[in-house]
Design a protein around this ligand. Structure first.
Ligand code: PLP
Length: 437
């Protein structure tokens, strides 16, 4: 696949109209960055292929920021969602068999999960988890880690991508955030057990929760050190502070049992979204029964977890089918093997071409980071990467038919629709692009 930049009239017409009525011409700032040479409108997606309104076809490594684990327009998932549409999409009263079936699957699969509340996005899930933790402890402060993204809300949108000269500070990512929320969000470096212990010595009595991506993929991939996760579990347990694993990216992508099932550290609360529904809006907060039971809804006390569209049936039908497919077809095994081969191939190319950089990742996720070496331990090991070089790489790859966001801190994703031919073509073209850089 070879593509020229999307400059045809149809694309421009749509993009111009979008800019009139949609801020920045796209639904989020990060989506607006999808092209560095101008915006683009997409028409359709199928399997591993993404197609623009002017017919350019790309092998998609973006996959909607990660939800698409089985491939775009997956027949069985779409069929399941269509079935739910035929039976009415939303009841808004009582429960429904699908709700119970998906909740039971999450309880069976995710070690920390005894009860579940559904919602529609990862941000809602982390919001609910923090509210449950605050209610249980009576405390307000939340500890998060630099480089971890947990959604857009004021409690957590702090120090995700601080500029190099603001590392170590509490850095609000957006204008308009409530200062009291930001002040109650403490930040520590990832993989630093001593920093966590220090914060607990100082603030242990005021902490409501510790939240983390157990593998921070919002900055490519930071692999957690066992001692770090074990310290987190120990200090949170000793201080009765709920530990929240944000498995919004990792859940059902890396494993149906989550990273928690891989590392053997069980949090108190878990958030899942993205790959849970292969692209349909469905998410969940689950965890210890006593914490979730606070949202039992007796209307006199307790925690409000609400949402008109929570538990919407097409989303749940998609989730049931996605979970069953991921488990029955060992999608994790397939994607781990394929991911290893992308990582090895790309690392060899960097070495052969003498390019300063590294390849990081886990299972179906990988990132190439230029101008940095070694295994990154925390955000500070990532922030110095060569952004320009990555954008040039993304641009060269895009011209050759491979799509991923040119944001150098993000990642490539693989789906069950990616195969050997995509791998070969990616590595051939990466070799050519690296030679040009
Ligand atoms: C780890 C993590 N948590 C939470 C979120 C927020 O999810 P959503 O965009 O569905 O609100 C994201 C989104 O990228 C994420 O990557």
């Amino acid at each position: 696949m070879t593509n020229d930049p999307p400059t045809t009239d149809r694309n421009e017409a749509i993009v111009d109209r979008a800019r009139e009525v949609i801020p920045g011409g796209a639904q989020t700032g990060l989506r607006a960055q999808a092209y560095d040479t101008g915006d683009v409108a997409f028409e359709s997606a199928s399997g591993a292929t993404l197609t623009t309104v002017t017919g350019e076809r790309y092998t998609d490594y973006h996959l909607g920021f990660g939800p698409i684990v089985l491939g775009h327009a997956h027949d069985a998932v779409d069929e399941a969602a269509r079935g739910a549409i035929d039976d009415g999409v939303l009841f808004g009263a009582g429960t429904a068999p699908l709700e119970v079936e998906v909740a039971e699957r999450l309880v069976d699969l995710l070690p920390s999960v005894e009860m579940v509340n559904f919602c529609n996005s990862g941000s809602e899930a982390t919001y609910h988890a923090i509210r449950l933790a605050r209610a249980a402890t009576g405390n307000e402060k939340v500890l998060k880690f630099e480089g971890c993204y947990h959604g857009w809300h004021d409690y957590v949108d702090v120090s995700v991508y601080p500029p190099a000269d603001r590392v170590g500070e509490r850095y609000p990512e957006s204008d308009g955030m409530l200062s009291a929320a930001v002040e109650n969000t403490l930040v520590a470096p990832f993989n630093d057990p001593e920093a966590v212990e220090e914060i607990f010595r100082e603030h242990g009595d005021d902490l409501a929760a510790v939240i983390l991506e157990p593998i921070p993929h919002s900055v490519g991939c930071l692999l957690p050190q066992t001692a770090f996760l074990e310290t987190l579990r120990e200090v949170t347990e000793d201080n009765d502070v709920p530990l929240i694993f944000d498995e919004v990216i990792s859940g059902f992508r890396h494993s149906p049992r989550g990273v928690q099932g891989e590392v053997g550290v069980t949090p108190d609360l878990t958030c899942v979204a993205k790959a849970l529904g292969n692209g349909y809006p469905v998410a969940a907060v689950g965890g210890r029964a006593d914490l979730l039971a606070q949202a039992g809804g007796d209307n006199e006390s307790g925690v409000v977890i609400s949402g008109t569209y929570s538990g919407n049936l097409p989303g749940l039908a998609a989730a049931r089918e996605t979970i069953d497919t991921v488990v029955d077809e060992d999608v994790q095994g397939y994607l781990t093997d394929l991911g290893d081969r992308y990582r090895e191939g790309l690392s060899d190319l960097l070495k052969d071409r003498g390019v300063d950089g590294r390849v990081v990742g886990h299972r179906s996720i990988f990132s190439v980071q230029f101008g940095v070496r070694g295994d990154p331990r925390d955000y500070e090991d990532v922030v110095g990467l060569d952004e320009e070089r990555f954008r040039a790489f993304a641009s060269g790859m895009r011209e050759r038919g491979h799509f991923f966001t040119p944001n150098p801190y993000k990642r490539h994703h693989l789906s069950a629709a990616h195969d050997e031919t995509h791998l070969e073509s990616y590595l051939d073209d990466a070799d050519a692009v690296l030679a040009e850089l």
